[in-house]
Design a protein around this ligand. Sequence first.
Ligand code: FAD
Length: 472
Amino acid sequence: MDVLAALTRRLGADRVLGPTDAAPVLSGAYFHEVRQRRPAAVVRPATFDDVRAALGVLADFGAPATVLGGGHGPRCVADGAVCLDLRSIPCEASAEGEAVRINGSGRVADLLAAAPEGRVVPVGVTDSPGMGLLTTGGVGGLSRSLGLSIDSLRSVDLLLADGQPLTVTAQSPAELWWAVRGGAARLGVVRFATFATHPVPEVTETQILARADVLAAWAAAAPSAPRTASLSWMLSPATDGSEPLALIDELSAGRDPGLARAVVPVGQRMRERTWRHRYRDFADVNVPVCSWYGPPAVADLRMRRIAPLLSGTRMPQVLEEVIRHVRNSPTPWCRVEVQHIGGAVGDVAEHDSAFSGRDAEYAVMAAGAWRAESPVQARAIAWVEELDDILAPARVGRYLTEVEAGLPGLADRVREGVHWLARHPEWPLGAALLIVLLRPGRALRWASFGLQGYALYRRAQRVMARPLPPAR
Ligand SMILES: Cc1cc2nc3c(=O)[nH]c(=O)nc-3n(C[C@H](O)[C@H](O)[C@H](O)COP(=O)(O)OP(=O)(O)OC[C@H]3O[C@@H](n4cnc5c(N)ncnc54)[C@H](O)[C@@H]3O)c2cc1C
């Protein structure tokens, strides 16, 4: 019996979809490339007992699996792995005193809706992501005053890979408590999580659209902003070829400090609005703004994203080059978004949680984006990789939600090195020329080894491609 048959037998045919039936279910995932993947099966559990049963089967077969929560990340579906789609489990979220308990299929909107009146959990800038955001970080407008979402975690109730339950709190062994705050989604399936809430009756938000040159004043003002205010921006290329457009967003947990207006003089404001909201009505916040600049997103948009965390002191050094780079974007959908953090995020010591980059002042989310099958794909990918190089002098960490596979380590550094060499071919060519000039004999020997190695590789490829003899 294979894993698909075993899952079907354990959970019922209506709960397990084979690879050919998976596509319509995956259409709810946010990213185009995720919707295109081909999982071995999609399990649509009705309860977390079903999840536990499925994990037992997967462990017996040693089958790889992914978890699909809110569907906003790049890793929730993988080719050839079984996808546990938690969206089929109804969300449960309720207040417990001043805390909120939410199950693993819940989203940011459910968490905020369940919080007691006048209290919030700091989250991101939209309300549709799920447990991936809430347990990996949660970077948003209240990060400076209240910290990340994971800093409000009080307990996490997990199902481990073999289906065994485990509850982790501040009283658990220190390594586990460290790991769940930033890495819960890598330890097991989050069945429930409990978050502390904080009193924030209303927030004041100001958004101003201007040309990119106002960002120099922003860089001077942001580091000294009070902790209750967050001065973020988004930058995108102008469709008419003029200076890129910057959308400055100031979110204040207290009275409006007027920072955004101080940064952008009246004559330079192309659009502007200030309003108070309950930090729950995110559709109100985001929808009008999206129509302010750039072409609308299209359904087949593809992206390569990076999410570095940057130091405050080094930002002015790289800002001008970032603007120049956005001016030369290969498509109008390329974006750089800088979320102002610092403040309370840095109150937690670097090694106290699995979120690395606590001393960052800014969290960047940047994307090189192109339409499917577009000839500019390679340029859009190179664009975002070059941007990563530009930001490197200011980088103090990376936000794990955008790291594709495994933890950034040696493999990532090797990959970065290879990309750098591909973009700067003058260095390897120069080095080769130097060796030829200074040590011609050695250069000849190395060239001959290289040719022999290549011939061996081609032979191995031919052998591997040969059809196997029929079994007797
Ligand atoms: C439009 C958009 C806006 C965003 N805005 C912000 C923002 O303001 N602030 C911010 O910090 N981030 C933001 N992000 C990034 C977001 O935090 C990550 O993409 C996050 O991983 C999404 O979590 P998810 O559950 O929605 O997605 P998924 O792709 O379903 O999950 C992400 C990861 O978490 C795992 N996971 C999900 N649920 C569970 C569970 N119950 N148990 C175990 N593992 C689970 C998945 O396996 C996957 O590895 C945004 C992303 C998008 C696309």
